[in-house]
Design a protein around this ligand. Structure first.
Ligand SMILES: CC(C)(COP(=O)(O)OP(=O)(O)OC[C@H]1O[C@@H](n2cnc3c(N)ncnc32)[C@H](O)[C@@H]1OP(=O)(O)O)[C@@H](O)C(=O)NCCC(=O)NCCS
Length: 169
């Protein structure tokens, strides 16, 4: 049974693992090892995630985790980027657990938080243009592509454009 809950410090190692494994599985065909390692070191280190499960605000609503027998199998995090505009900042699963509905459950939990606590009426997400493991999911959940923009992360000129997706809540 999958249980979705707001993450606490007990979940830090599990979040780091699903995000790192998920990032490798999603991007290893298109990005250099150096690039991937840089992203993982910056965003998915334990110290940073510990802060992110401890200090929540309107801008960062914390991580929600999907747990099975106490083990983290997926994680999502987001925040508000405007008066009534929510954003999904990160969403990864254990790569062996895709297409079982876990991503939908996580997105539902984040969306409920953004609607109920912060009055979100729309939701955005950036997806790497080449990410065919993410785009069909967001499109199936009603997100529609709006425009393209350059990715933020740059490792020695290696940089990837993202598509900005939007849905009305
Ligand atoms: C994106 C991700 C979190 C989604 O979670 P998930 O548990 O696999 O997704 P779910 O099982 O809840 O839903 C999958 C939906 O996408 C649809 N889908 C998946 N692959 C598809 C494809 N190739 N073509 C069309 N639809 C597809 C499914 O039909 C399903 O929709 P439905 O319930 O209406 O049938 C997960 O696949 C993942 O970890 N992907 C790699 C990491 C990633 O890209 N993260 C997002 C970075 S922005």
């Amino acid at each position: 049974m999958i249980h979705i809950t707001l993450a606490n410090p007990d979940h830090v190692a599990g979040i780091s693992k699903v995000c790192s494994d998920g990032y490798w599985a999603t991007h290893s065909e298109t990005r250099s090892e150096k690039y991937i390692q840089g992203v993982i070191e910056e965003f998915y280190n334990h110290e940073r995630i510990l802060k992110e499960v401890s200090e929540m605000s309107r801008d960062w609503g914390g991580y929600f985790v999907a747990l099975e027998d106490g083990e983290v199998v997926g994680a999502i995090g987001g925040g508000m980027i405007g008066e009534d505009i929510g954003e999904v900042f990160v969403l990864y699963l254990n790569p062996d657990r895709r297409n079982e509905g876990i991503g939908t459950k996580l997105l539902d939990a984040l969306t409920k938080q953004q609607k109920e606590q912060f009055n979100a009426t729309e939701q955005w997400v950036s997806v790497a243009k080449e990410n065919q493991k993410g785009i069909p999911f967001y499109e199936a959940r009603g997100f529609v592509v709006q425009h393209e923009r350059p990715g933020y992360h740059d490792v020695e000129g290696e940089r990837f454009p993202v598509l900005r997706y939007y849905r009305k809540l």
